[in-house]
Write a protein that binds this ligand. Structure first.
Ligand SMILES: Cc1cc2nc3c(=O)[nH]c(=O)nc-3n(C[C@H](O)[C@H](O)[C@H](O)COP(=O)(O)OP(=O)(O)OC[C@H]3O[C@@H](n4cnc5c(N)ncnc54)[C@H](O)[C@@H]3O)c2cc1C
Length: 444
């Protein structure tokens, strides 16, 4: 199925190996960041500027990907740099009924459902390390020749829901109808440019594959309609072409799981996606690692690490209206993230609760984190430590290298891999399963 077909052949993603390439060195990736630099949040400005690049205009201009500040804070968690500083963390004096770690769609949805189920009577805090909420569902905007171009950073498409399904109810709770869009018909005199409803290069006469220096084409070679041509003309060895074609075709005789926990689902959950692709499609491990680095990118993971079932689980758990097709609004699922925030904190995103309304609206950032409201969203806050303390849980987070602690009666962890690095007493079997978009709950 399409959601599993995250096979994108891009020269950039084919670069690998342990040696730091020159381009990365230019970005300062080989620069030693001292502990003092890290904790003071004072990296050389040029390295930071080079890393971040131009972020365009609008709400997301300083949230273009994992910025230098986010990356160094994340590496601080990975390298346990905050541990020695915890004792000096400044208590904010706040106690929340629920703290949500991570402000992506999972974390925002958790906060929204919590607030709804408690009739807005409890206090919830979302801590997010980026300068804006959304996680993978963020966008960038550029002004080009007086036109505003908007493109998604990661999560781009939503899946029209089945009536009465959980997804439909969720959509409705944020004021979204979840219906497919109506599309403008081709009106120009020139031959029609066939476009898909999503930005993924899934093929067709207008799709292209780019081959650069690594493939013997420093000048760059575009192969248009590669799949229609069965990769004829691609500068790849024949056996690689055959495996690419096989990977694209899949194995039609494989019967996917029908329900969560059925025999097929359990068998898939016992193996990695990599092993499954080898068994199901007859691909070699080397091929998968070299040519399918994005096989599990929808889960922010790699094929050797993630359970094979994770590739089927979304379809099984949240069946959707396949016939309607995937849909993308400008900015991708940013619109859905913004609608969730509007449902929780309407004053932070005034304007009509529609995808177009949310697309055009500007976030009133100070309104996200104000005392007295049922939900607060604190940005630029990297959670470094989550531990049981007294009658609840202490959550310590870094803002510009300085640590603060809030107290919580319950915590939802939705930050992926950082979960097992931040909860010291997390049991190993749970820790092993938190590498991608998993949500787990910590409470007293
Ligand atoms: C390239 C790509 C494309 C995708 N395309 C689609 C698509 O088209 N449609 C779709 O439905 N899904 C898509 N997905 C899957 C998508 O990731 C999910 O649908 C959804 O956006 C995941 O939300 P999340 O909240 O679980 O994780 P994320 O979006 O990753 O959000 C987690 C957030 O928590 C933050 N965080 C992590 N640790 C900490 C910490 N310690 N302290 C504070 N904050 C922290 C992270 O920085 C991040 O902002 C795509 C994924 C990728 C990687």
């Amino acid at each position: 199925m399409r959601r599993r077909e995250f096979l994108k052949i891009a020269a950039a993603s084919l670069a690998g190996g342990g040696v730091i390439p020159q381009s990365d060195r230019a970005l300062g990736m080989d620069t030693n960041i001292t502990r003092a630099d890290f904790l003071n949040g004072a990296p050389a400005a040029t390295v930071q500027a080079d890393w971040d690049g131009y972020g365009g205009v609008g709400d997301y201009s300083s949230a273009n990907g994992n910025t230098y500040a986010v990356m160094t804070a994340g590496h601080g968690i990975r390298d346990a740099l905050y541990k020695g500083e915890l004792k000096g963390a400044q208590p904010t004096g706040e106690t929340f009924d629920c703290v949500v770690v991570g402000g992506g769609i999972s974390g925002l949805a958790a906060a929204h459902l919590y607030t709804e189920k408690t009739s807005r009577s409890k206090r919830c805090l979302v801590l997010e390390d980026h300068p804006i909420f959304g996680g993978e569902a963020r966008r960038n905007e550029f002004l080009v020749d007086r036109h505003r171009l908007i493109a998604n950073q990661g999560s781009s498409m939503f899946f029209p829901s089945m009536p009465l399904s959980f997804t439909q109810k969720f959509y409705e709770s944020i004021g979204f109808d979840g219906k497919p869009f109506e599309y403008q018909q081709w009106g120009g005199g020139k031959p029609e440019l066939k476009l898909t409803t999503v930005p993924y290069a899934w093929g067709g006469p207008n799709a292209g594959m780019f081959f650069g220096a690594r493939f013997g084409h420093p000048e760059g070679l575009w192969l248009i309609d590669p799949w229609g041509k069965n990769l004829a003309g691609a500068p790849l060895p024949e056996h690689i072409k055959q495996q690419l074609l096989q990977a694209r075709k899949g194995n039609p005789s494989f019967v996917p799981p029908k329900t969560d926990g059925d025999e097929v689902a359990r068998a898939l959950d016992k193996m990695s996606l990599e092993e499954h692709l080898m068994q199901r499609d007859g691909l070699s491990r080397e091929f998968i690692r070299e040519y399918m680095p994005t096989a599990a990118d929808g889960a922010g993971s790699s094929a050797d690490e993630i359970s094979a079932y994770a590739s089927y689980a979304p379809e099984v758990l949240f069946p959707w209206n396949n016939a309607a097709g995937e849909q993308t609004f400008p900015g991708g699922n940013t619109g859905i993230a913004r609608l969730i925030v509007k449902a929780m904190i309407p004053q932070a995103l005034p304007g009509p609760a529609t995808l177009s309304g949310m697309c055009a609206e500007t976030v009133d950032f100070p309104k996200l984190d104000q005392e007295g409201q049922p939900v607060r969203i604190r940005l630029g806050a990297t959670v470094a430590d989550v531990r049981h303390e007294g009658d609840g849980v202490d959550v310590s987070y870094a803002v510009e290298g300085r640590l603060y602690t809030v107290h919580a009666r319950s915590v939802v962890m939705s930050g992926g891999w950082t979960t097992w690095r931040t909860i010291p007493d997390l049991p190993k079997p749970i820790a092993l399963r938190t590498s991608s978009s998993t949500v787990c709950l910590v409470s007293s």
